[in-house]
Design a protein. Structure first.
Lengths: 410, 233
């Protein structure tokens, strides 16, 4: 492969037979071009799919405390379970490998007032990562951040409809308003598409602030967490079970007690989503394999023709002492060089077309069609391998050419 | 140099087989200049192909330079061809996209000789056949005689034990044919063993020994008084 003389031979052959090389190369370019575009389109289709599921994250588990229904370890039944900050920290540490986000949630009903406008809303006191679980889209200002929690800041992020109700058309960010007669500064406004009006009538505050204001406790109503989607539906089922066991153990709840803690997850919906996404992936991959395969057959055909055309030359080379391995090597290497070179041209053109398409095809459910870096590297490797496959059959045929047959005068 | 004993070869043509060589015995010593003659179908080209390891005999033995040639793998055959034999063909068989020097250097490439030495040797042998000025011309820019001289230079470049020429003058006019024979005689004078297949009597008479083939057997094998080609040029 790294024989300089071999390279010279091949470059000379390619150079002196430009038309033949172009014909073979054109097939490859076309094949890769179609591959890139179809693959990119498939990715675009997938992007559209994922975008439409962007509303609420589906890889979540919600945990609520309840009342025990069985006596256990000396505790009576009908005992009320309450979560505190330490319980959240415990879960965070215990399952750190599989968790992406974890947040507390405390719910309070409040009367909010700004100047002469007022209304009743529900407040959610949360950690910053709540934003990822609910897929809250901040349209102005910012969400609750870590610093707010540290300083117990009296800040609030209000829903789009809260802003509309209380502030009319005005910009609420930076303004002060009161909730149950306590003054907060508004740091952001959010929207939440797809969840309806109710979601946009919520107000977020830092969990620590709410705990301080209301009786200065450590208690939290609910723990929400988001796990790594890569653990899959079965992994999520197992994780739910493990969390339940850990919590029951921690709160001395009988393992068979159904009512001590409640865990809610979306695994069945998630499994459907994953399955559909997987199906799209498979379709995209098959499109890719199909076009590449067609390309390989195309170049293989042309190589067969080229070898036939070169029968006499190969016969001469063999009569002069070319070993079969040398003939196979030469044809293979030539094929790989042509495949790589012209394949790359196809890749570049295809990428260029995809880029210039951008989001023009959104009406046809194709969003941002593109091919990733990894796919490009993969396609390059596939190109080399397919070049080898495409070249091997004709090369072996070439090596079998009998010099006397090749040299027979017509 | 070449010992052939009881050589048989037949070709299957559909259901019936064609017995081409029916027991050939031939002994050629180093430095000989032999022509194999016969009408078409006499088996002379088949014999040359077997000697050239381009084809294999069915029966009999063939020893070349004390090496028995039998059951060769393709690779072995390629190595032996490259080491022992130089080929000259009726239709020259030059590679059309390589210039004269590159054509001459090709067997050296398959010997694994470095590029620099290949170039030097190619020029040396082109000089020998009087074509040094044509080194960088493509075959399409050369006349028939010149092409055959390039082919001779190529056959010599690998410094083979035996030169095999299959109708080397078959595609050439008389004058050019004699020029080519003149070269071959010069090379033979330097001690190279040469085997020529021809059906032209004047060409055969320019060798030193004529082997007449008829219907697959040697009809006559005689040493002749060599006619020097230079007298006719």
């Amino acid at each position: 492969m790294f024989d300089l003389d071999r390279w010279r031979e091949i470059l000379q052959t390619i150079n002196k037979n430009k038309l033949r090389t172009l014909l073979a190369g054109f097939t490859v370019t076309l094949g890769i071009l179609i591959f890139t575009i179809l693959f990119g389109m498939g990715n675009g289709l997938k992007n559209t799919f994922y975008e439409s599921f962007q509303d609420d994250a589906q890889n979540t588990i919600f945990i609520f405390p309840g009342r025990t229904s069985k006596p256990f370890k000396g505790f009576k039944e009908n005992r009320r379970i309450e979560f505190e900050n330490e319980d959240l920290e415990f879960l965070k540490e215990k399952f750190s490998g599989r968790l992406e986000h974890i947040t507390a949630r405390i719910r309070k009903g409040v009367t909010a007032k700004y100047k002469n406008e007022y209304g009743n809303y529900s407040v959610r006191a949360v950690h910053p990562s709540h934003q990822y679980l609910e897929q809250t889209q901040v349209i102005k200002g910012r969400f609750i951040n870590a610093n707010d929690l540290k300083t117990d800041a009296r800040v609030a992020v209000i829903g789009r409809l809260v802003e509309k109700d209380l502030f009319g058309g005005e910009d609420a960010v930076g303004e002060y308003f009161s909730m149950n007669k306590i003054v907060y500064r508004i740091v952001g406004v959010f929207k939440d598409e797809g969840s309806g009006d109710r979601e946009e009538r919520n107000i977020y505050t830092p969990v620590s602030t709410t705990q301080l204001i209301y009786k200065n406790t450590n208690k939290i109503d609910q723990i929400n967490l988001m796990y790594d989607i890569n653990i899959g539906a079965n992994g999520a089922r197992r994780l739910t079970k493990e969390i339940e066991t850990e919590l029951k153990n921690r709160f001395n709840i009988a393992p068979s007690d159904q009512n001590g803690v409640y865990l809610r997850n979306n695994i069945e919906e998630l499994a459907d989503t994953l399955q559909f996404a997987g199906m799209l992936q498979i379709i995209v991959i098959w499109i890719g394999i199909g076009t590449l395969f067609a390309g390989v057959i195309g170049i293989s055909n042309i190589m067969v023709y080229i070898v036939k055309e070169r029968t006499k030359e190969l016969g001469i080379r063999k009569a002069l002492g070319a070993k079969p391995s040398s003939v196979i090597g030469m044809i293979l290497q030539e094929t790989v060089v042509i495949t790589l070179l012209f394949g790359y041209i196809g890749l570049i053109i295809g990428n260029f077309i995809l880029n210039s398409m951008g989001n023009k095809l959104e009406d046809w459910f194709i969003t941002n069609p593109s091919v990733s870096q990894g796919t490009i590297i993969g396609a390059t490797i596939i190109l080399v391998i397919s070049g080898l496959i495409a070249g091997y059959i004709p090369a072996r045929r070439a090596a079998k050419v009998k010099p006397i047959v090749a040299l027979r005068d017509e | 140099m070449i010992q052939i004993k009881e050589l048989h070869k037949s070709y299957r043509m559909g259901s019936n087989s064609l017995h081409v060589l029916k027991g050939i015995n031939l002994d050629i010593k180093e430095g000989e200049f032999v022509s194999i003659m016969g009408s078409s179908g006499s088996g002379k080209s088949t014999l040359l192909n077997i000697i050239g390891m381009l084809d294999e005999a069915d029966k009999g033995s063939y020893v070349l330079d004390n090496v028995p040639i039998k059951n060769l793998s393709e690779k072995k055959a390629a190595i032996y061809r490259n080491k022992f034999l130089g080929f000259i063909f009726q239709s020259f068989n030059l590679i059309n996209y390589k210039d004269a020097a590159e054509n001459v250097a090709l067997p050296l490439y398959y010997q694994g000789i470095s590029r620099k030495i290949r170039k030097e040797k190619a020029l040396y042998y082109l000089e020998k056949v009087g074509l040094a000025d044509w080194a960088h011309h493509l075959p399409s820019e050369l006349s028939g005689g010149q092409k055959q001289r390039v082919a001779i230079a190529r056959a010599l470049a690998s410094e083979p034990k035996v030169l095999l020429a299959d109708e080397p003058t078959g595609a050439l006019d008389t004058k050019t044919s004699y020029e080519v024979m003149n070269f071959l005689q010069g090379i033979n004078d330097e001690g190279k063993t040469i085997l020529v297949v021809t059906h032209e009597e004047d060409i055969a008479n320019m060798t030193k020994r004529i082997v007449m083939l008829k219907d697959g057997v040697i009809e006559k094998d005689s040493f002749v008084e060599q006619v020097r080609a230079s007298e006719h040029v």
